[in-house]
Design a protein around this ligand. Sequence first.
Ligand code: SF4
Length: 441
Amino acid sequence: MIGPEIRTCPAVLPAPALAPGEVLVATEVTPQAGPRAPCPAAPLAAAELERAGARVRTAPVTLLPEGATSTVRLVMAEAATGAAARGPVLACGALVPAGHRAEGTPIAPDRRAWGLAWNAVETWARLARPRTVLLAAPRSFCAGVERAIETVESLLDQYAPAGVPVFVRKQIVHNTHVVRDLERRGAVFVEELDEVPDGGLVVFSAHGVSPAVRTEAERRGLGVVDATCPLVTKVHAEARRFAERGSAIVLIGHAGHEEVEGTFGEAPQATILVQDTDDVAALDLPADADVAYLTQTTLAVDETAEVIDALGERFENLRAPLSQDICYATTNRQLALRAVAAESDLVLVIGSPNSSNSVRLVELCRREGTMAQLIEDVSAIRPGWLEAAARIGLTAGASAPPALVDDVIAALRGLGPVTVDERTTTVETVRFAPPSSVRPR
Ligand code: SF4
């Protein structure tokens, strides 16, 4: 059992000097003697401080002997004994607080920043204990997301050096980190085509677009690269097929989701959107109507089965798609999480709030009685969640980068030893070729 000791110590950090009001979070600590100690829980402390309204600076720091002249003082939690003596280390600091005034030039004590630093260290240090992470596999990127991201990357490689902007309609995939990263590399994200200049180059996102958007792009003379996931394209083709044979199409999905808008747009006059069994009961169609159903690719498998059953009870000639529309990646991530959720005190699902398959993973756990939280990244973890969580289930939605999973495990290791128990329910080998107009990287 780790019993972190809290002590204070003068320290120096790289220039510029710490400003009044700033709270320092150490990313690593170099003692006077001995090797540097990493501070893997730094992102947790930094996020908590920002939530408390602090201005946070992160930097590596060097400790000074007690009594040395310094403008900065740290409050540190260190493992007290044995080989673990240099980690977990959690260190936050501020300008020298009252009672620790440096010799020489007087420095105004920064009591507020010091208080916040102390609270951050105490808050996380009391959560230091051994934990197990039950890591669900498969998790994170699917083949459709990888293809869409690689498409934009290839176009940036190809066109950015010549100064040709690469526009992307909507988020290429529903993940804030992915979008920010591509933005940093030069991609220009727009909501609608009217933000793209005539003749410009635009990428359609993995969620697909309606025929109306394609027609508008053609009218405007835009160069289009279509990164729609092939499994979404398959659903579009089914919508056209059912509409051509005269079926009424019941589309099971979430109103307002881009994928649903795209599929609906294939046959708007023939399509009715339903979200649940109540919507099925309210359908104004006779029992012998020619009805076919399609679904969004990222729905909860069990909930969707209930809606399909309800449709089957209402319509005697219900037609199904040739193969199920909920995609392999959504299905696999739900099965994998189910395999760890029951044994977890807490499940963390990494993904953005607009990521349908990530939100479904959280809902799946909660339906089964396991506390689950959706987090964009490690900075969203709250101390209260970890109080009683010795076993933490961990997964990531199909649009969340795998590095975010590593970040969470690393930060938890800053709060004590972590045993990672990866549970693999299936091994995914699916890959999709890039769009024909894109050079493979
Ligand atoms: Fe394609 Fe499924 Fe991934 Fe969506 S979640 S991009 S449908 S593979």
